[in-house]
Design a protein around this ligand. Structure first.
Ligand code: GLY
Ligand code: MN
Ligand code: MN
Length: 446
């Protein structure tokens, strides 16, 4: 948990806002109260080791308690939220420290040494109209199946999470600043010719986080590895020739994520030119983000921009509009333009409208994670990409118009992998606030 005063000052108002939202949602769904379980660690099959623990994001929406399992929050309209804070008397693992500090004053807190004690404590407090939210198997001991994660209430709460409070935006801004520092260290390690593992270690050192606290598995991809969209390797030896580097890595602050991608070329040339053009396209797309913009339109516009860059760099030899219509642009740009971000890297409610109805993805774009019309205080990523992905190129060679691609140009670019540039932005009425670019700029000034 971070201790910066900026969070402390904003946190009370954040809680007031989500208390009001939850009360309205509970009333609309006919529920008297909600019990939010932080989660119970998962143990590996036939083993006694636990997977890294990630709390229930609905719990984290209220509380910056990022490694606190088996704690339970009771939310009742008109009452201060009550926290059953699990603090085992343990010596195998480090228990959570006492519930003190800037967050604790806002809750009624009961400390328990027993992971099940909350069940007895809630006797007489909850009834058939209480919803239970979480995935702990322990919830089944108290609540009926219909009470656990009722879908109407979940949809309401997910929609509430799409509108970030000033506290949440401050956490995400701090998370971008922490990640930008680490990205700079990673770039320096790339330019020194380090291995993927060494670059990853430089990243962790610079942001003072561990693999378990990062929002997602860092993507640290040298050369052709940049064409594997969620590349998970960590080569321990450096390649003989480090031509290009794609890093997709974030941080967390009070459980709020950043999700940032940068791509670097060691030398000038066609790949570096494509990289510069993609950076310009990314900025142009960010400039179109505003309340009222339909994200599906922005995504299709990205395809046009990518097709133009493919045309100008001699990768394709068909009209860019035709390349979008035929699916050729998707060979080089096969993912979505972005997604909501918050307590989860891929945050909830990107594919439903404010009535909870599905908003379909445009045909031919199965991986788009956000189809909504943007609203003020949404926070999302803008992450156009352009890659040379051998399986997709092979499929086009086998099934598409082979002559539409200049294969010798493609062959010269495959060793560079690809380009992705990703920032995190807050939607405003007349534009957006970029959380990421200023974080990098601040490092250059320092
Ligand atoms: N880091 C995963 C993504 O950009 O969506
Ligand atoms: Mn992303
Ligand atoms: Mn990313």
């Amino acid at each position: 948990m971070s201790t910066e005063p900026e969070f402390q000052d904003l946190y009370g108002a954040h809680l007031g806002e989500i208390q009001a939202r939850w009360e309205a949602s509970l009333e609309r769904c006919g529920q008297d109260a909600a019990v939010v379980h932080s989660g119970t660690p998962l143990v590996s099959f036939l083993d006694d080791y636990e997977y890294p623990f990630r709390p229930n994001p609905l719990f984290l929406h209220w509380l910056p308690l990022t490694h606190h399992h088996d704690s339970v929050l009771l939310v009742k309209p008109g009452e201060r939220p009550r926290l059953y804070f699990y603090q085992p008397d343990d010596y195998w693992y480090q228990p959570p420290s006492d519930p003190e500090g800037w967050w604790a004053d806002h809750f009624e807190i009961e400390v328990t040494r027993d992971a099940q004690a909350w069940q007895g404590m809630l006797n007489g407090v909850v009834n058939n109209a209480t919803a239970a939210l979480g995935d702990s198997p322990d919830l089944g001991g108290v609540f009926s199946a219909a009470q656990i994660n009722p879908s109407a209430l979940l949809t309401e709460l997910h929609l509430g999470r799409t509108r970030k409070t000033p506290y949440e935006i401050a956490c995400m801004s701090a998370s971008s600043h922490a990640a930008a520092r680490a990205h700079r260290a990673a770039e320096a390690a790339f330019r020194q010719g380090c291995s993927e593992l060494e670059i990853h270690q430089a990243y962790l050192e610079a942001c003072q986080q561990t693999d378990d606290t990062l929002p997602y598995h860092n993507i640290v991809a040298l050369n052709e590895h940049g064409a594997v969209l969620h590349y998970q390797g960590r080569e321990t030896s450096a390649p003989a020739d480090s031509r290009s580097f794609l890093i997709d890595a974030g941080c967390t602050v009070n459980a709020y994520c950043s999700d940032i991608t940068r791509t670097y070329a060691r030398d000038g040339g066609l790949f570096a030119d494509i990289l510069a053009a993609m950076d310009a396209l990314q900025l142009q797309l960010v400039s179109k983000v505003r309340a009222g913009a339909d994200f599906r339109d922005l995504h299709i516009e990205t395809h046009r921009g990518v097709a133009n860059i493919l045309d100008q760099s001699g990768v394709i030899n068909v009209d860019p509009e035709a390349a979008v219509a035929s699916g050729l642009s998707a060979v080089f740009y096969p993912h979505g333009l972005g997604h909501f971000i918050g307590l989860q890297t891929h945050d909830v409610a990107g594919l439903i409208d404010n009535q909870g109805q599905d908003i379909p993805r445009p045909e031919g774009h199965p991986f788009l994670r956000l189809t909504r019309v943007l609203e003020r205080d949404n926070v999302l990523t803008i992450e156009p990409g352009l890659y040379f992905i051998e399986p997709l190129l092979r499929r086009w060679r086998e099934n598409g118009d082979v002559s539409a691609i200049n294969w010798d140009v493609v062959e010269s670019l495959v060793p560079y992998g690809g380009v992705r540039i990703e920032d995190n932005v807050v939607v405003t009425d007349d534009g957006s606030v970029n959380l990421t670019r200023p974080a990098f700029d601040a490092l250059q000034l320092a």
